[in-house]
Design a protein around this ligand. Structure first.
Ligand code: NIG
Ligand code: FE
Length: 411
């Protein structure tokens, strides 16, 4: 099957020599081709270039993209989008002034979602998540990392991971699964949380590994949640089963989460509102992708991670939605682009790199996704008619995506 997309006003985020990630000043660079064509063979990108150089060839399908742009689909490298119910009542508590921490201490927050996930059937969780995935796709996302973490018991964690496995089977999106056994501390383990860590190590990790349910392992390593020592124990247990870490770090304090992520060669460390010079120095030269979650910082009205300082120091930065019912109830990556530009003062090129190639790296798929490059998976979207690519972050709130292709097929 050979598909031609022709008369593309601008083909955005092309790579001639694909990289796995872009760092520092390179983040402000992004290549495009104006008046372009794109050829897709089966599920792959076969060729692209200027319309004037379009080879004489027969195609099975031709799409005229006049006035429209083509982007690689977003990679959303951090989500908790398998959940039950919603938490707008806490949202009101937050408006009234309670902090995230205070809500968590009262047994709200993550524990509130855990109760609902424990009660929900696997079927219901699956159907709700599938509908969310379809909404995310309509906004231009083509790859999603999904965490467990609202289980709190071994059975409920495995139930969440099985839902993610079913989503992998039926959805055209590229999906990675992460075991986040240590997301919150159940009430009965308050004061003896090392016993809960034992449960994660002795039951959750081996059973998830037995069933092949987790690509990665995550821990909420932060003040008021799991300590560096807890985290080290769980990462060592995960490593025995080949689970590479992706860590929730430094959202509440300079808690050592970034250092422990780098020490265990995590694929990413995420949130990073509390990132100082020592943390930046630690990340430099590592293979760990610093990942910022602008939706959570917006929704919780938190201080912003020092993204400009990180890029000036030469670090790469990725951005993801953190789609979850408590701190970021949206999986719209176009909004993340707008937050990147307005709240973090990123240039549109930097924001696009953060949400495509670098977030692809943060979920281990940038060798096949995250840019328009020959041989990569044909995951891209055609925009509505727009004048410039800068319009994408600028026109926040409206959906600029018209048509989405995943694995070479229109969805
Ligand atoms: O990434 N920070 C920890 N976990 C989630 C929040 C989950 C929740 O509140 O339900 C996050 O923001
Ligand atoms: Fe998260």
């Amino acid at each position: 099957m050979l598909t031609l997309i022709k008369n593309i006003k601008e083909l955005v985020q092309v790579e001639y020599q694909p990289k796995l990630r872009v760092c520092g000043k390179e983040m402000a660079q992004m290549q495009t081709v104006k008046d372009a064509y794109l050829i897709v063979e089966n599920d792959r990108i076969a060729a692209f270039g200027f319309m004037k150089d379009l080879p004489e060839q027969r195609f099975d399908q031709e799409i005229d993209a006049s006035g429209r742009m083509v982007f690689p689909t977003f990679c959303d490298s951090h989500t908790h989008m398998v959940y039950a119910g919603s938490r707008e009542i806490e949202y009101i508590d937050k408006i009234r002034g309670l902090s995230y921490d205070e809500i968590a201490k009262r047994g709200g927050g993550i524990l509130n979602s855990a109760k609902r996930v424990q009660e929900a059937s696997e079927e219901q969780l699956f159907e709700d998540a599938l509908a969310r995935l379809q909404m995310m796709t309509a906004f231009g996302t083509g790859a999603v990392e999904i965490k467990s973490g609202y289980g709190m018991t071994t059975e409920a964690e495995l139930k969440m991971l099985r839902v993610i496995r079913r989503l992998k089977e039926v959805s055209p999106l590229t999906i990675k699964s992460t075991l986040l056994g240590a997301h919150g501390i159940p009430m009965e383990y308050r004061g003896c949380q090392e016993k809960f860590v034992d449960l994660v190590i002795d039951e959750m990790i081996p059973r998830a590994a037995d069933e092949g349910l987790a690509d990665y392992i995550d821990v909420f390593c932060d003040e008021g949640f799991f300590t560096v020592e807890d985290t080290e124990r769980m990462l060592e247990a995960g490593a025995k089963y080949g689970m590479r870490p992706k860590i929730h770090a430094n959202e509440m304090a300079c808690s050592g989460g970034i250092q422990v992520a780098v020490k265990y060669n995590a694929l990413s460390c995420d949130h990073l509102e509390y990132t100082g010079d020592a943390e930046i120095a630690c990340l430099l030269g590592s293979e760990t992708m610093p990942t910022v979650l602008p939706g959570a910082a917006f929704f919780l009205n938190m201080q912003h991670a020092p993204v400009r300082k990180m890029m000036d120091a030469g670090l790469p930065v990725a951005m993801a939605s953190d789609y979850n019912p408590g701190s970021s109830p949206s999986g719209n990556m176009q909004l993340i682009l707008s937050f990147a530009c307005v709240n973090y003062r990123m240039l549109p090129e930097e924001a696009i790199n953060a949400t495509t190639i670098n977030s692809g790296y943060a979920m281990g798929v940038s060798d096949r996704l995250g840019s328009i490059a020959v041989g990569k998976l044909a995951n891209f979207f055609i925009t509505k008619p727009i004048a410039t690519y800068e319009y994408m972050p600028y026109a926040y709130g409206e959906n600029k995506v018209e048509t989405v292709f995943l694995n070479g097929k229109r969805v």
